[in-house]
Design a protein around this ligand. Structure first.
Ligand code: ADP
Ligand code: ZN
Ligand code: MG
Length: 478
């Protein structure tokens, strides 16, 4: 029997506000433990939460960008559980009246584009962080850092529309791209700004009923997510094949072992004793405000990609790579506007530029070559001053030295010889030195043409303009 996987993701994104969701404490990452806290986020008795307006605006932007329906009214709710990093013993979240519902994003799959449904997006506060002993003196101790307590999050819950680890990865990537384009989350998975829990079950291929799912936590990279899902799918298939039943569980991925292991049996929703947060009013966002936010949405990755394909006639693959970030897309467009050569610029950006950025661990905002400088280099190629091959070396030199093309070409004495007079002189010398081959060529041995080209290139140390050499040689030999 063949099996297929059913996957749904719960993605948490930390919103890039300066202050926390219900108090004025800073959200900055990496501060000394417990230095960004106050009675509200430390869960002291008698305090009152005050909702952060910017956090709401950011959450609405994400809901609009993923085509969700905004709820007229949403309700903050208390989700009760005990954990040492949760001083209030409850998390303020949203329950049966979330901020927005019924959205979708599109992903690329082997079989074409596929729509992944978004069940809901809701707002909530983050919990603190537990730090476990690292030195012998601390052995056996754990510490609580409440700096992260109360940092605003949105949770984006997908429909179980995802079929493979690859698709899950593509889906998470499209969410990440949208969040980055909206500039509402830095999506740093290592620092936990973007976190993902994956629900996965398997069922015999072609059947419609869902199998029992397991929830996998702690996957802080795209690769770990794919590895964890692949492992988990295999594990569940093996269980079914040996006649066992999958139990509903929360499992933890161990990236060192490449395995998932059971953390706890999954708690049921009623365990949390959700009830409306009595200290906060229902959240009602006026239509006027929503429309105002809608107008501030930038062109999103998917739309930009389609526009690049149409406007610049570049292949979908190129458009996909060039729109992975807004900065890269802007860079590309700026260079195209200056040089007017969409496909050539695309080749340079996707090839040399991205390669060098990666090698030097740099990104577009810190790229030493501006779109102007790239365009100037391409003009030197199209004017025949340097060959495309030389241009690669020049580009690399520009990247490492920060100099412009003109300066590099001058310093290296690289300029291509396109001066007809100069080339004619070289050609005349070559023909003079090889009278026998000239004779053979003229009596029919046309293959020797390559030999003459080679001699001219050698005499000019490869700097002769190849098109002109061919043209002039033909004239002289005939
Ligand atoms: P729970 O009540 O356990 O939190 P939900 O119904 O809220 O489950 O769904 C949580 C996530 O799990 C969603 O992303 C959903 O798409 C996904 N999901 C639900 N049922 C299944 C299943 N049988 N297999 C895989 N994923 C599932
Ligand atoms: Zn605080
Ligand atoms: Mg649920």
């Amino acid at each position: 029997m063949k099996y297929e996987a059913v996957i749904g993701l719960e993605v948490h994104a930390q919103l890039l506000t300066d202050s926390k969701i219900f108090c004025g404490c800073s959200t900055r990452f990496g501060a000394e433990p417990n230095t960004q806290v106050c009675p509200v986020c430390m869960g002291m008795p008698g305090v009152l939460p005050v909702l952060n307006k910017k956090a709401v605006e950011y959450a609405v932007k994400m809901a609009l960008a993923t085509k969700c329906t905004m709820n007229k009214k949403s309700i903050f709710a208390r989700k009760n559980y005990f954990y040492p990093d949760l001083p209030k013993d409850y998390q303020i979240s949203m329950y049966n009246e979330p901020l927005a519902e019924h959205g979708s994003v599109e992903i690329e799959t082997e079989g074409g584009r596929k729509k992944i449904g978004i069940t809901r997006i809701h707002m909530e506060e983050d919990a603190g962080k537990l730090l476990h002993a690292e030195t012998p003196e601390e052995a056996g101790s754990s510490f609580v850092d409440l700096n992260r307590t109360g940092v605003p999050l949105i949770e984006i819950v997908s429909e179980p529309d995802i079929g493979t680890p690859e698709e899950a990865s593509e889906y998470l990537k499209s969410l990440r791209d949208i969040l980055l384009y909206l500039e509402i989350c830095d999506c740093n998975m290592e620092e936990g700004s973007l976190r993902c829990d994956a629900n996965v079950s398997v069922r015999p291929e072609g059947t419609t009923e869902f199998g029992t799912k397991a929830e996998v936590k702690n996957m802080n990279s795209f690769k770990f997510m794919r590895d964890a899902l692949s492992y988990e799918i295999e594990r569940q298939i093996e269980m079914l094949e040996s006649g066992e039943r999958v139990v509903q569980q929360t499992r933890l991925f161990d990236p060192v072992e490449g395995k998932t292991r059971s953390m706890r049996t999954k708690e049921e929703e009623h365990d949390y004793r959700y009830f409306p947060e009595p200290d906060l009013l229902p959240l009602v966002i006026e239509d006027r405000k929503i429309e105002e936010l809608r107008r501030t949405l930038p062109e999103l990755p998917a739309a930009k990609k389609q526009r690049f394909i149409k406007e610049y006639s570049i292949p979908p693959y190129d458009a996909g790579v060039l729109t992975t970030s807004k900065e890269l897309a802007d860079y590309y467009e700026a260079a195209v506007k200056l040089s007017g050569e969409p496909k050539t610029v695309s080749n340079w950006v996707m090839g040399e530029l991205l390669r060098l950025l990666k090698e030097h661990s740099k990104d577009i905002p810190r790229c030493p070559i501006t779109p102007e400088a790239l365009s100037a280099l391409l003009t030197m190629v199209s004017d025949g001053r340097i060959s495309a091959k030389m241009a690669k070396g020049v580009f690399e030199e520009m990247f490492t030295s920060g100099k412009d093309a003109e300066a590099v070409v001058k310093a290296k004495g690289l300029a291509q010889i396109s001066d007809a007079g100069e080339l004619e002189k070289v050609i005349a010398e070559v023909l003079e030195k090889n009278p026998e081959n000239v004779e053979k060529f003229r009596t029919g041995k046309e293959k020797l043409f390559g030999f003459f080209v080679g001699q001219v290139m050698k005499a000019t140390k490869g700097q002769a303009n190849p098109q002109m050499v061919t043209k002039l040689l033909k004239e002289k030999l005939s």
